[in-house]
Design a protein around this ligand. Structure first.
Ligand SMILES: NC(=O)c1ccc[n+]([C@@H]2O[C@H](COP(=O)([O-])OP(=O)(O)OC[C@H]3O[C@@H](n4cnc5c(N)ncnc54)[C@H](OP(=O)(O)O)[C@@H]3O)[C@@H](O)[C@H]2O)c1
Length: 259
């Protein structure tokens, strides 16, 4: 990103009505970029994120997006182009953060093709084809960050997560290959792998079952559960030019979870 245009650069963060996406959007805006946040079922959550950014003196807008519905991506691209023009007077973005997703396990013997397809559509196919759809809007020298999971690596191998982790693993591998394929345009592609992080994931499991937190902290070198800010700051770093020499990497942001 050209330093002179830093104030004009815009990043799209999917799934920013809560959790890690919200924190990433706030951290990116705090570094002087505009942010377009997306939401699926909770427009009020996205509006809250936008308000938090504006209260800090930043610029943001919200758009709906169901990442599992690829046929809607061309319409999303048009809406994004309209918002970019209206709010920022530009037709390009600096970065795309593919963060939207859901968690929760399902034992192998209970897995259905429908449930497997839902993991696939939201966690792998969606980010892959959203990236393809928005690629013409991404500036040369831009950045793509994909949210994977610590479950992808040995050590995070919990029973019941084969479907979820398979899709996140696919996203990590695709990120590395895209880093190669998009490098002629100077576009960097990385993934980040959060460990267990206090969000609404898995139907608000950390709020509903706080007793699970001590066990997770005990398996984490730094001795606590991750907070959304722990992850959002690293996403903002990977979006920014401070990480200009990092591409094709999967970066664990997990406090040493199951080292
Ligand atoms: N928290 C963890 O422990 C953890 C660990 C590893 C990886 N991750 C990954 O981190 C990412 C963010 O999750 P989170 O922990 O921040 O969870 P969260 O608090 O539940 O937030 C999930 C976000 O994704 C959006 N979303 C969910 N399904 C969507 C869909 N079909 N289309 C578009 N947006 C959708 C939600 O939008 P609405 O609320 O508007 O529906 C929300 O903004 C996910 O990819 C998750 O797999 C999380």
């Amino acid at each position: 990103m050209d330093k002179q245009t830093a104030g004009e650069a815009v990043t799209v963060v999917t799934g920013a009505s809560a959790g890690i996406g919200r924190s990433a959007a706030i951290e990116i805006a705090a570094r002087g970029m505009g942010v377009v946040v997306t939401y699926n079922s909770r427009p009020e959550g996205a509006e809250e994120t936008v308000a938090m950014i504006r209260d800090n003196g930043g610029r943001a807008a919200a758009l709906p997006l169901d990442i599992g519905q690829g046929e809607t991506f061309p319409k999303f691209k048009s809406e994004l182009a309209r918002v970019l023009g209206d709010e920022w007077g530009t037709d390009k973005i600096h970065a795309l953060v593919n963060n939207a997703g859901f968690g929760g396990g399902r034992g192998f013997e209970e897995m259905t093709e429908e449930a497997f397809d839902q993991y696939y559509r939201v966690l792998l196919r969606g980010p892959y084809f959203l990236t393809q759809t928005l690629l013409p809007l991404i500036h040369d020298g831009g950045s793509i960050v994909n949210t994977s999971s610590s479950s992808v690596r040995p050590g995070g191998t919990e029973a019941g997560f084969s479907g979820y982790a398979a899709m996140k693993g696919g996203l990590v591998v695709a990120s590395r290959f895209l880093a190669r394929e998009l490098s002629p345009r100077g576009i960097r592609v990385n993934s980040i792998a959060p460990g267990p992080t206090r969000t609404r994931i898995s139907d608000d499991a950390f709020e509903k079952y706080p007793e699970i937190i001590a066990g997770i902290a005990a398996k984490t070198a730094l001795g606590r559960l991750g907070e959304p800010e722990d992850i959002g700051k690293v996403i903002a770093f990977l979006v920014s030019d401070d990480s200009a020499w990092i591409t094709g990497q999967d970066i664990q942001v997990a406090g040493g979870y199951e080292l």
